[in-house]
Design a protein around this ligand. Structure first.
Ligand code: MLT
Length: 257
C-alpha cells in the first residue's frame, strides 16, 4: 500500500506529485485545501515512504497503486484528481482506467504525449549519471529546470527545499521512474473522451513544459479552462502558492461544488 497523508474532511481531492519528489512538495498547500476538503497526497511508488524494488516503474503500475489506495480509503464519493508533471502522466492513466471515479481533473505542468528520442536519451544519460555519481549532481541540474527564473533569483529557500527532497530520494527508484517515463505511451485519446470539468495550469517560466503546449492540450478537453501563472516555473504550487490556491479554489467553487 502506498504511503499517503490525509488531512481535512469533505470532498476528496487527490494530488499526485512530480518527479523525483514526494508528497512533501504539497506541504505548503495542505493548510489551505484541508480547511474545506479532504486533501489526500500519496507518495508514488519508490518515492517518499512508498517502497518499490523493480527496475522499471511504469505509469500504469503507479496508477493502479493509487487506485488501490483509493479503494483502501473507502471514499464514499467521487474525487477531484490533480497531477503535476509525472503526477499528471499517472493521473492520465487513472482517467483511462477508471474515469467514473472522478468528478473533476486538474492538469498541472503536464503533457499527454510520449517522449521523443531526444528526451528518452536524456533520461538514459541521467540514469548513468545517477548510477555513477549518486543524486547530488542530478539534483543540482534538476533544480535549475524545475524552478522558474524568478524563483531561482528571489526565493533561495525553495531551491534548498527541492534540492534536499531530490537528494533524499532512493537513487534506484529514481532510475526506475526514469525508465517508466521513457517507456510511457501517448495518452492523448484520454483527453478526447474526458467529460468532467478540467483545469489546466502552467507556469509562465516553465522550462520543461512550455505554456503553449499546455494550452494546446487544454483545447482537447471539452469542459476545460486554461491559466498561466506569472513569475512561476514548473513547480508553481511552491513558487506562487497564493495565486495557485486562488485559481484552484475558484475552479472548485464555479465548476465542481
Ligand atoms: C516532473 O516534474 O515530474 C518531470 O519533469 C517529468 C518528466 O521528466 O517528464
Amino acid at each position: 500500500m502506498l504511503a499517503f497523508e490525509r488531512k481535512g474532511a469533505g470532498l476528496p481531492i487527490v494530488f499526485l506529485h512530480a518527479f523525483p519528489l514526494s508528497h512533501r512538495m504539497w506541504d505548503g498547500n495542505v493548510p489551505v485545501f484541508s480547511k474545506n476538503f479532504q486533501f489526500i497526497t500519496p507518495d508514488l511508488p519508490g518515492f517518499g515512504e512508498s517502497h518499490f524494488t523493480d527496475d522499471t516503474a511504469s505509469m500504469e503500475f503507479m496508477a493502479g497503486e493509487v487506485l488501490s489506495l483509493l479503494d483502501h480509503l473507502n471514499l464514499q464519493q467521487k474525487c477531484v484528481i490533480a497531477g503535476l508533471s509525472m503526477g499528471g502522466y499517472v493521473m492520465l492513466q487513472m482517467l483511462r482506467l477508471a474515469p467514473e471515479r472522478f468528478r473533476a481533473a486538474a492538469f498541472l505542468s503536464t503533457r499527454s504525449g510520449a517522449d521523443g528520442e531526444e528526451t528518452r536519451s536524456k533520461r538514459f544519460a541521467n540514469i548513468e549519471l545517477i548510477q555513477k555519481e549518486g543524486l547530488g549532481p542530478f539534483a543540482d541540474r534538476s533544480v535549475q529546470t524545475l524552478l522558474g527564473k524568478s524563483t531561482l533569483s528571489s526565493q533561495p529557500n525553495i531551491r534548498g527545499t527541492i534540492k534536499s527532497l531530490i537528494q533524499t530520494a532512493d537513487p534506484k527508484s529514481v532510475c526506475a521512474a526514469l525508465r517508466g517515463m521513457a517507456a510511457r505511451g501517448d495518452t492523448t485519446t484520454v483527453l478526447d473522451s474526458l467529460e468532467v470539468p478540467s483545469l489546466f495550469i502552467s507556469g509562465e517560466e516553465d522550462l520543461i513544459i512550455p505554456s503553449s503546449e499546455m494550452e494546446s492540450l487544454s483545447k482537447k478537453v471539452k469542459k476545460s479552462e486554461f491559466h498561466v501563472l506569472p513569475k512561476a516555473g514548473h513547480l508553481f504550487n511552491l513558487e506562487q502558492p497564493d495565486s495557485f490556491h486562488d485559481l484552484f479554489l475558484h475552479f472548485l467553487k464555479r465548476r465542481v461544488l
